[in-house]
Design a protein around this ligand. Sequence first.
Ligand code: ADP
Ligand code: 5GP
Length: 189
Amino acid sequence: MSGKLIIISAPSGCGKSTIIHDITERGNVAMTFSVSATNRKPREGEIDGVHYYFLSTSDFNDRIAAGDFLEYEEVYPGRFYGTLKSEINRSLEAGKNIVLDIDVKGGINIKRIYGEKAISIFIQPPSVEALRSRLENRGTESEDVINERISRAEFELSFAPQFDVTVVNDDLSAAVDRTEQIIVDFIGR
Ligand code: ADP
Ligand code: 5GP
């Protein structure tokens, strides 16, 4: 039996990583995290091969040329992120369910490729103002980068209707409960 794909998309700062982390910690659903490749620099505490495969820009371009990506996007100017075919195929063939933390366009693309084998979940912030204050509190980006992410977020929020389901991340534990339930229902289907 092959595994299924769980796509979690949202603008930056909406809580994707936190929700995926909390569901994994609870341990009620068996799912493997799809480690993406990126040419951005690691943040404090991020580990190569765990959070991302951190590649140089030239290595990233070589992997594009070699056809190694299922999809990739220039999510921010000059900053590329992509899902490796090897990462997904290895897990699916082993019958594992795989969870992807991926930008909105990438999420729509993967859903299009995998159809019923995938569920696409859009995480929505309670408001754009709440999103800004979360990014400020996270403290991992400069003011300029936060502004860039907010303007992209406004655009990305308009894609929510193209997803199978939307979860509003207002109260975190309620959002984790709801997302976990959606995944359990999908896997059991
Ligand atoms: P993403 O992975 O979508 O970029 P994160 O999971 O890193 O977002 O969340 C962004 C910031 O918002 C983090 O500092 C996180 O702790 C915080 N956060 C996440 N969900 C909530 C919530 N429901 N209420 C308040 N803060 C939240
Ligand atoms: P961050 O720099 O905050 O880790 O991620 C920035 C954005 O890139 C997030 O929206 C994240 O979901 C997205 N992202 C991460 N991996 C991939 C990927 O493999 N493909 C695409 N299209 N987006 C990704």
